[in-house]
Write a new protein. Structure first.
Length: 214
Protein backbone atom coordinates (compact mmCIF):
# COMPACT_ATOMS: atom_id res chain seq x y z
CA UNK A 1 0.00 0.00 0.00
CA UNK A 2 1.31 3.43 -0.91
CA UNK A 3 2.36 5.53 2.06
CA UNK A 4 1.20 9.10 2.50
CA UNK A 5 3.89 11.58 3.48
CA UNK A 6 3.55 13.58 6.70
CA UNK A 7 3.41 16.85 4.75
CA UNK A 8 0.59 15.56 2.52
CA UNK A 9 -1.33 14.31 5.53
CA UNK A 10 -1.03 17.65 7.31
CA UNK A 11 -2.17 19.45 4.16
CA UNK A 12 -5.20 17.17 3.79
CA UNK A 13 -6.19 17.68 7.42
CA UNK A 14 -5.78 21.46 7.06
CA UNK A 15 -8.02 21.55 4.00
CA UNK A 16 -10.68 19.48 5.73
CA UNK A 17 -10.55 21.75 8.77
CA UNK A 18 -10.90 24.86 6.60
CA UNK A 19 -13.95 23.62 4.69
CA UNK A 20 -16.58 24.09 7.46
CA UNK A 21 -15.43 27.69 8.06
CA UNK A 22 -15.96 28.55 4.39
CA UNK A 23 -19.38 26.90 4.46
CA UNK A 24 -20.30 28.81 7.60
CA UNK A 25 -19.25 32.08 5.95
CA UNK A 26 -21.48 31.36 2.99
CA UNK A 27 -24.43 30.83 5.32
CA UNK A 28 -23.63 34.06 7.17
CA UNK A 29 -23.34 36.03 3.95
CA UNK A 30 -26.82 34.70 3.09
CA UNK A 31 -28.19 35.57 6.53
CA UNK A 32 -26.89 39.13 6.30
CA UNK A 33 -27.38 39.56 2.55
CA UNK A 34 -29.71 42.55 3.00
CA UNK A 35 -27.12 44.38 5.11
CA UNK A 36 -24.33 43.77 2.62
CA UNK A 37 -26.64 44.83 -0.22
CA UNK A 38 -27.56 48.04 1.63
CA UNK A 39 -23.89 48.84 2.14
CA UNK A 40 -23.12 48.12 -1.50
CA UNK A 41 -25.94 50.46 -2.57
CA UNK A 42 -24.59 53.16 -0.24
CA UNK A 43 -21.12 52.78 -1.72
CA UNK A 44 -22.39 52.82 -5.31
CA UNK A 45 -24.61 55.87 -4.77
CA UNK A 46 -22.44 57.60 -2.14
CA UNK A 47 -25.53 58.00 0.01
CA UNK A 48 -26.25 56.31 3.33
CA UNK A 49 -29.61 54.70 4.03
CA UNK A 50 -31.45 54.46 7.33
CA UNK A 51 -29.72 51.11 7.91
CA UNK A 52 -26.20 52.49 7.36
CA UNK A 53 -24.27 54.35 10.05
CA UNK A 54 -24.14 57.96 8.88
CA UNK A 55 -20.50 58.40 9.95
CA UNK A 56 -19.39 55.46 7.81
CA UNK A 57 -16.75 56.13 5.21
CA UNK A 58 -18.57 54.90 2.11
CA UNK A 59 -16.14 56.40 -0.37
CA UNK A 60 -15.03 52.92 -1.45
CA UNK A 61 -15.50 49.26 -0.45
CA UNK A 62 -11.87 49.22 0.69
CA UNK A 63 -12.70 51.75 3.43
CA UNK A 64 -15.24 49.48 5.12
CA UNK A 65 -14.54 46.29 7.01
CA UNK A 66 -16.70 43.63 8.58
CA UNK A 67 -16.48 40.71 11.00
CA UNK A 68 -18.76 37.85 11.98
CA UNK A 69 -18.63 37.32 15.75
CA UNK A 70 -20.84 35.50 18.25
CA UNK A 71 -20.77 38.25 20.87
CA UNK A 72 -22.80 36.55 23.60
CA UNK A 73 -22.10 32.86 22.97
CA UNK A 74 -25.66 31.93 21.99
CA UNK A 75 -24.59 30.31 18.72
CA UNK A 76 -25.77 33.23 16.55
CA UNK A 77 -23.02 35.23 14.87
CA UNK A 78 -23.45 38.98 14.88
CA UNK A 79 -22.24 41.15 12.00
CA UNK A 80 -20.00 44.09 12.87
CA UNK A 81 -19.13 46.71 10.28
CA UNK A 82 -16.36 49.19 10.86
CA UNK A 83 -13.60 51.39 9.55
CA UNK A 84 -10.72 49.52 7.99
CA UNK A 85 -7.53 50.43 9.88
CA UNK A 86 -5.24 52.97 8.26
CA UNK A 87 -2.30 52.44 10.62
CA UNK A 88 -1.11 50.24 13.48
CA UNK A 89 -2.85 52.35 16.12
CA UNK A 90 -6.32 52.16 14.54
CA UNK A 91 -5.77 48.46 13.87
CA UNK A 92 -5.60 47.79 17.60
CA UNK A 93 -9.10 49.17 18.25
CA UNK A 94 -11.02 49.93 15.04
CA UNK A 95 -14.19 52.00 15.22
CA UNK A 96 -17.35 49.91 14.81
CA UNK A 97 -19.97 51.49 12.58
CA UNK A 98 -22.92 49.13 13.10
CA UNK A 99 -23.76 46.01 15.10
CA UNK A 100 -26.34 43.64 13.60
CA UNK A 101 -27.80 40.40 14.87
CA UNK A 102 -30.34 37.86 13.65
CA UNK A 103 -33.80 37.92 15.21
CA UNK A 104 -36.18 35.26 13.93
CA UNK A 105 -33.73 34.68 11.08
CA UNK A 106 -33.70 38.29 9.87
CA UNK A 107 -30.90 40.86 10.35
CA UNK A 108 -31.65 43.62 12.86
CA UNK A 109 -29.60 46.75 13.53
CA UNK A 110 -28.77 46.75 17.26
CA UNK A 111 -26.43 49.73 17.66
CA UNK A 112 -24.70 52.42 15.60
CA UNK A 113 -21.90 54.89 16.18
CA UNK A 114 -22.62 58.58 15.94
CA UNK A 115 -20.51 61.73 15.83
CA UNK A 116 -20.00 62.04 19.58
CA UNK A 117 -20.31 58.38 20.46
CA UNK A 118 -18.11 55.80 18.76
CA UNK A 119 -18.55 52.08 19.30
CA UNK A 120 -15.70 49.70 20.14
CA UNK A 121 -15.51 46.01 20.96
CA UNK A 122 -14.83 45.47 24.67
CA UNK A 123 -14.11 42.37 26.74
CA UNK A 124 -16.44 39.35 26.73
CA UNK A 125 -18.14 40.47 23.51
CA UNK A 126 -19.59 43.64 24.96
CA UNK A 127 -19.84 46.92 23.05
CA UNK A 128 -18.37 50.06 24.58
CA UNK A 129 -19.41 53.62 23.79
CA UNK A 130 -18.06 56.84 25.24
CA UNK A 131 -19.66 60.19 24.55
CA UNK A 132 -18.14 63.23 26.31
CA UNK A 133 -20.44 66.14 26.95
CA UNK A 134 -18.42 69.32 27.49
CA UNK A 135 -16.56 68.82 30.82
CA UNK A 136 -18.56 65.71 31.77
CA UNK A 137 -18.34 62.19 30.47
CA UNK A 138 -20.65 59.23 29.91
CA UNK A 139 -19.45 55.69 29.30
CA UNK A 140 -21.69 52.73 28.54
CA UNK A 141 -21.17 49.01 28.11
CA UNK A 142 -23.81 47.09 26.18
CA UNK A 143 -24.29 43.41 25.51
CA UNK A 144 -26.30 41.42 23.00
CA UNK A 145 -29.44 39.87 24.42
CA UNK A 146 -30.64 36.81 22.50
CA UNK A 147 -33.83 37.43 20.53
CA UNK A 148 -33.91 41.16 21.32
CA UNK A 149 -33.84 43.94 18.75
CA UNK A 150 -31.87 46.20 21.11
CA UNK A 151 -28.64 45.81 23.04
CA UNK A 152 -28.97 45.59 26.81
CA UNK A 153 -27.18 48.11 29.00
CA UNK A 154 -24.76 46.12 31.14
CA UNK A 155 -22.97 48.86 33.04
CA UNK A 156 -22.40 52.59 32.71
CA UNK A 157 -20.72 55.51 34.44
CA UNK A 158 -21.36 59.22 34.22
CA UNK A 159 -19.80 62.14 35.98
CA UNK A 160 -20.38 65.82 36.60
CA UNK A 161 -17.20 66.12 38.66
CA UNK A 162 -13.60 65.09 38.14
CA UNK A 163 -13.29 63.12 41.38
CA UNK A 164 -16.51 61.13 41.59
CA UNK A 165 -19.07 59.52 39.33
CA UNK A 166 -22.28 57.55 39.37
CA UNK A 167 -21.77 53.91 38.49
CA UNK A 168 -24.84 52.14 37.13
CA UNK A 169 -25.04 48.34 36.99
CA UNK A 170 -27.82 46.06 35.83
CA UNK A 171 -28.57 42.61 37.13
CA UNK A 172 -31.48 40.55 35.87
CA UNK A 173 -33.10 43.62 34.36
CA UNK A 174 -32.85 45.58 37.64
CA UNK A 175 -30.76 48.74 37.56
CA UNK A 176 -28.89 50.09 40.58
CA UNK A 177 -26.80 53.23 41.06
CA UNK A 178 -24.06 54.17 43.48
CA UNK A 179 -21.65 57.06 43.89
CA UNK A 180 -18.03 55.98 43.60
CA UNK A 181 -14.69 57.74 43.52
CA UNK A 182 -12.89 57.93 40.18
CA UNK A 183 -9.93 56.34 41.96
CA UNK A 184 -11.91 53.51 43.56
CA UNK A 185 -11.46 49.84 42.74
CA UNK A 186 -15.00 49.64 41.34
CA UNK A 187 -14.40 52.51 38.95
CA UNK A 188 -11.02 51.12 37.88
CA UNK A 189 -12.65 47.73 37.23
CA UNK A 190 -15.21 49.42 34.99
CA UNK A 191 -12.45 51.24 33.09
CA UNK A 192 -10.67 47.91 32.61
CA UNK A 193 -13.87 46.37 31.22
CA UNK A 194 -14.17 49.16 28.64
CA UNK A 195 -10.68 48.64 27.20
CA UNK A 196 -11.10 48.14 23.42
CA UNK A 197 -10.37 44.68 22.03
CA UNK A 198 -8.71 44.15 18.68
CA UNK A 199 -10.91 42.98 15.79
CA UNK A 200 -9.58 41.42 12.64
CA UNK A 201 -11.80 43.26 10.16
CA UNK A 202 -12.17 41.75 6.71
CA UNK A 203 -12.43 44.06 3.67
CA UNK A 204 -15.92 44.65 2.32
CA UNK A 205 -14.58 43.69 -1.10
CA UNK A 206 -15.05 40.05 -0.04
CA UNK A 207 -18.79 40.61 -0.50
CA UNK A 208 -18.27 41.38 -4.18
CA UNK A 209 -16.59 38.00 -4.61
CA UNK A 210 -19.53 35.99 -3.24
CA UNK A 211 -22.63 38.14 -3.88
CA UNK A 212 -23.47 36.52 -7.22
CA UNK A 213 -23.34 33.01 -5.79
CA UNK A 214 -25.76 33.36 -2.87
Amino acid sequence: MKKISSAALILAISLCAAAPAAADDTALFKDYKKVFTDYQTAIDTQQESDQICYIADISSPEAIGFAFMDLNGDGISELLTGKMPEDEISAESPVIYDVYSLVDGSPVLLKSSWLRGRLFLAKEGRIYVSYPMEADYYMDLYEVESGSEEMRLYKSAFSFQETSCTLVTTDGGVSSQEKVSTTSDKFNQFIDETAPEKIELRPFTEWYQVKDTI
